[in-house]
Design a protein. Structure first.
Lengths: 138, 73
């Protein structure tokens, strides 16, 4: 068994109407393939950086699970066939990190790492002039 | 002739923070390593060590796939 991390980009329509059903569906697919769900959390609804099949917004859902490496291809196929997912990414992971430690929302920056970067920008005056947020918002 | 002054603290930013691998979900920090057009900064510009620059490259590409960062703007 290995630890995996899956990030799912869910269509907003089913996510807003039947969120519990969507979560249950994802867990069902994972468990069908012999995975053991350790942690799952909603990242929230976000604007996508670019349009995917006409979708401008989507809801992110992060799952940590233990699974056999042989079950991953079938699991991926099952996810590809499910219609509520826009995109998903399954990667091997070593630790279950807190999502809040990485990024919770667009308005973060109070954490320590943010301070380090802020200090660095003062050293690089050319970086300062650029609007940093346009990439994610545009 | 001018000599380049090397600072003792001029390590890569991820080395200083003690980050093993850069996380693709950390968009706030990844955005700072790409131009407003969405292109990656060079190692010279970002000041990253080879290992972390590689990690950043992979992370940005993953973030792009998940529509967290743009391919182009």
């Amino acid at each position: 068994m290995r630890l995996y991390e899956g990030l799912f980009l869910i269509d907003n329509m089913p996510a807003s109407t039947d969120w519990d059903g969507v979560v249950k569906n994802i867990h069902a697919i994972l468990q069908k393939n012999g995975a053991e769900v350790l942690k799952s959390e909603k990242w929230g609804e976000k604007k996508l950086a670019y349009k995917i099949k006409g979708h401008k917004r989507g809801t992110y859902f992060l799952v940590h699970f233990n699974a056999e490496n042989t079950s991953i291809p079938t699991m991926k196929r099952d996810f590809q066939l499910s219609d509520f997912l826009i995109r998903f990414l399954i990667l091997r992971d070593t630790v279950i990190e807190e999502l809040s430690a990485v990024a919770t929302d667009e308005g973060l920056g109070e954490k320590e790492t943010g301070k380090v970067f802020a200090a660095e920008e003062e050293l690089l005056p050319e970086e300062k002039s650029e609007p940093l947020l346009t990439a994610g918002e545009g | 002739m001018t000599r380049r002054i090397f600072n003792k603290t001029s390590k890569c930013r991820f080395c200083r923070m003690g980050v093993e691998e850069v996380d693709y979900k950390d968009i706030q920090n990844l955005q700072k390593l790409a131009t407003t057009r969405g292109k990656l900064f060079s190692r010279k510009r970002s000041g990253n060590c080879a290992r972390h620059q590689r990690s950043v490259k992979i992370s940005i590409k993953r973030a792009r796939f998940m529509a967290l960062l743009p391919y182009v703007t």
